[in-house]
Design a protein around this ligand. Structure first.
Ligand code: SF4
Length: 476
């Protein structure tokens, strides 16, 4: 924990780490498209650039996808057109491939009279090499997304049967992938052998649901059965449900950042309740950093649950020192240079009467570039907060992610460039502390060796070659 007072100048705009993608699929329900619409609504936090639903009645496959948010894309008349007992839906934020409608998922191709559609969450680290090889053999790609290579690999092997095609596709791709593939009559869920991204299976009457997070099961009143296991292929069709595990189990590398930031707090991912994990982070922060303050507060919603944990463990009062405007959309007109603070306050407005002359402890879930935190702290100073301390419920982010989370490049990660003391100065805090990596792991119910912690410790579970690193830089 560092104590420091400094001036603040030149606030910048910063994006928070971006959500990646969300998947929701239904098998065996007469209103599969409508259920998928609700499922995607529950997963909207995982991607806000585009959304799509593909349905099948066993013979005919129909799709609708567009840029934008789920409620804007799927109107009643659109859903009425999407008839069938199977549906596959996706919400997207691009991590590779540009933000264009052509890259919106699910992707669908026709091959040898058969339809294959795919919805993917994650990043394939060898997609570029596979794509180059396929293009040399004459394959024509419709998109710039890494997910399309899986369809091509599966299509090439389809003459050996669906099961073998999936096994062959899985055997060739490397990286983070939780995905669902749909044919006219089957749903296939695949999760990479490390299990980076979540994917779970639920039951709905006599049918099945596959989704990224359990909050979507809750919404459609499906019953959670289990996670799709790392390295598992699940095939669901008229014959029932079949599990295949073509490869020996690898070291699990479940993304800790799903728990810290991405997943909804009402979800269980990797068998762990997200709300309770975040609250525990706050309790552990309180043990490590007993800050002398008059109140503890989050910037909603990012630090909410860790702030609750800190307040309960420390006895400090929890206050909502800033109020979030829930009606601000994803984008709004950027103010001119002289009106920068308007842009911050349109989303979060400090409550002067709560903060003036008080010693404030802010709990945050992460600091990526530091510019958002700096701008926010400036607004607290303006309303007269006497001292501002900050605790972050994870360690400093020093390394980029290659497995589907859009952090900045290493050069833009403030903790890769500055010491904690310098970050404290840059943001304009009286003190700053981070939860240590051991405590972070302690906040989970998951063994350390089953987690990916690479953005904190640089130990990448799948080696990254230089060409993929370059691809990621180009995509950002
Ligand atoms: Fe998650 Fe970080 Fe690993 Fe990426 S590097 S998968 S964000 S833990």
């Amino acid at each position: 924990m560092l104590n420091r007072q400094s001036s603040i100048e030149n606030p910048h705009w910063e994006t928070r780490p971006r959500e990646e993608c969300g998947i929701f699929a239904v098998y065996g329900h007469g209103e599969a498209a409508k259920l998928t619409y609700f499922g995607l609504y529950a997963l909207q936090h995982r991607g806000q650039e585009s959304a799509g639903i593909v349905v099948s009645d066993g013979q005919r496959v129909v799709e609708h996808k567009a840029m934008g948010l789920v409620p804007d894309i799927f109107k009643e008349e659109v859903l009425d057109r999407l008839r069938g007992h199977m549906a596959l839906g996706h919400v997207r934020y691009s991590t590779t491939g540009s933000s264009l409608l052509v890259n919106a998922q699910p992707f669908r191709i026709r091959h040898a009279g058969k339809t294959l559609a795919i919805a993917h969450n994650g990043n394939l680290v060898n997609a570029r090499q596979i794509r180059a090889g396929l293009e040399n053999q004459g394959s024509i790609f419709q998109t710039t997304s890494d997910s399309e290579v899986v369809l091509h690999l599966a299509a090439k092997a389809m003459r050996k049967g669906l099961e073998e095609a999936m096994v062959q596709a899985m055997g060739q791709v490397k990286g983070a992938y939780s995905m669902v593939i749909m044919t006219e009559d089957s749903l296939i869920a695949l999760r990479d052998p490390h299990g980076f991204r979540p994917l779970c299976l639920g039951r709905l009457n006599s049918g099945y649901v596959i989704t990224s997070e359990t909050c979507a099961l809750d919404l459609v009143e499906a019953t959670y059965i289990r996670e799709v296991e790392p390295g598992e292929i699940l095939i669901i069709n008229r014959e029932g449900i079949k599990s295949i595990r073509p490869e020996d189990p690898s070291r699990k590398a479940q993304c800790i950042f799903e728990l810290i930031y991405f997943a909804r707090p009402d979800s269980n991912v990797f068998g762990q309740n997200v709300y309770l994990f975040r609250k525990r982070q706050g309790e552990l922060l309180s043990e490590a950093f007993p800050v002398e303050a008059d109140l503890v507060m989050p910037f909603p919603d990012s630090g909410n649950y860790a702030a609750i944990g800190y307040a309960q463990a420390s006895g400090l009062p929890l206050e909502m020192g800033v109020i979030r405007n829930h009606y601000v959309g994803r984008t709004f007109i950027q103010p001119s240079q002289g009106m920068r603070d308007f842009g911050v306050k349109v989303k979060l407005n400090p409550v002067k009467e709560v903060l003036k002359d008080r010693r404030v402890l802010v709990i945050e879930d992460s600091i990526i570039r530091g510019t958002t935190a700096r701008t926010r702290i400036k607004t607290l100073r303006k309303v007269g907060a006497r001292e501002i301390h900050m605790l972050v419920s994870c360690p400093p982010h020093r390394f980029p992610c290659y497995y589907g989370i859009d952090f900045s490049t290493r050069g833009e990660l403030i903790a890769a460039q500055k010491t904690v003391e310098e970050i404290c100065d840059f943001i304009g805090l009286n003190s700053l502390g981070y939860l240590g990596i051991d405590k972070l792991v302690q906040a989970t119910d998951i063994p350390r060796e089953s987690l990916c912690l690479a953005c904190f410790d640089g130990k990448y579970p799948i080696p990254i070659d230089a060409s993929f690193h370059k691809l990621c830089l180009e995509a950002q």
